[in-house]
Ligand binder design. Structure first.
Ligand code: F6R
Length: 254
């Protein structure tokens, strides 16, 4: 595991975007695993900058998003498909048929999960999986539990997750109670994982997830087992870590 800490959020976002762009440039048929939420919006902005400078093209890229709410129509502004269109897909030359996001409005979500897993399997291994971190240690929407599920599945969102995401809706009652998420097995199969965490409110869970025991009660702790894990933290999120664990910021971003 490599942990980098950035005092400047913009440099952190740039570093993440550059890592993504490098994978896109280096692979003949790159597959990206993408995340939504508040954390990666700056990363997508920086990736758009790189694209607009003509340094990267997405016409050969395939993407798989981690998750989607169940029960919202795709046109709802807070679906993850709307988020991805707004922050990235509407602005780049990524062919629409190479974009994969679970369909949360599917009448049979279990069937949709099977379809998603088939698409993942047919595509092959994800080259780089971008992840944010839930306040409770979730990755994707794999919530803390006694057991975790390997493949794509329907999940009941925890009260803490619904509360955290209420900021995107008019009220907490509007936050969906269920979601479809890629399973922990698919996430861990990615060749490289890029975990990004920002803010003081996540300092404790960062420490637990990266240095505590590996447990399904903190799904992100399983990332400790991944040989290709890069973690980018801002100063606040890194505050509880032993400084000896932290590598200096990468020079390409300074
Ligand atoms: C989003 C996702 C979630 C978020 C996490 C952090 O696709 O899978 O695991 O990464 O909930 O969300 P933010 O970034 O809003 O704090």
């Amino acid at each position: 595991m490599r942990i980098e800490m950035y005092t400047d959020q913009s440099l952190l976002d740039e570093r993440a975007a550059q890592l993504i762009a490098d994978v896109v440039k280096e692979s003949a048929q790159p597959i990206l695993g993408l995340a939504t939420g508040g954390t990666p919006t700056g990363v997508y902005d920086k990736l758009l900058n790189i694209y607009r400078k003509g340094e990267v093209s997405f016409n050969h890229v395939t993407t798989f998003n981690l998750d989607e709410y169940v029960g919202l129509p795709a046109s709802h502004p807070e679906t993850y498909v709307s988020y991805m269109n707004k922050h990235l897909f509407d602005h780049i030359n990524l062919p629409k048929d190479r974009i994969h996001i679970p369909d949360g409005s599917h009448p049979n979500p279990a069937e949709e999960c099977l379809r998603y897993d088939r698409a993942l399997e047919e595509a092959g291994r994800i080259d780089l999986q971008l992840l944010g971190l839930g306040h409770n240690g979730h990755i994707g929407f794999n919530e803390p539990n006694k057991t975790l599920i390997r493949s794509t599945h329907v999940v009941e969102l925890s009260p803490q997750t619904r509360e955290a995401n209420a900021r995107f809706f008019d009220s907490i009652d509007e936050v969906p109670k269920k979601a479809i998420t890629m399973g922990i097995g698919s996430i861990l199969q990615a060749k490289q994982i890029l975990l990004i965490v920002k803010g003081a409110a996540k300092a404790d869970i960062v420490k637990e997830a990266l240095t505590g025991p590996i447990t399904t009660e903190i799904p992100a702790s399983l990332l400790q087992t991944h040989p290709g894990l890069i973690v980018l933290l801002d100063r606040e999120a890194a505050a509880k870590l032993d400084p000896a664990m932290i590598a200096p910021p990468c020079s390409s971003a300074t």
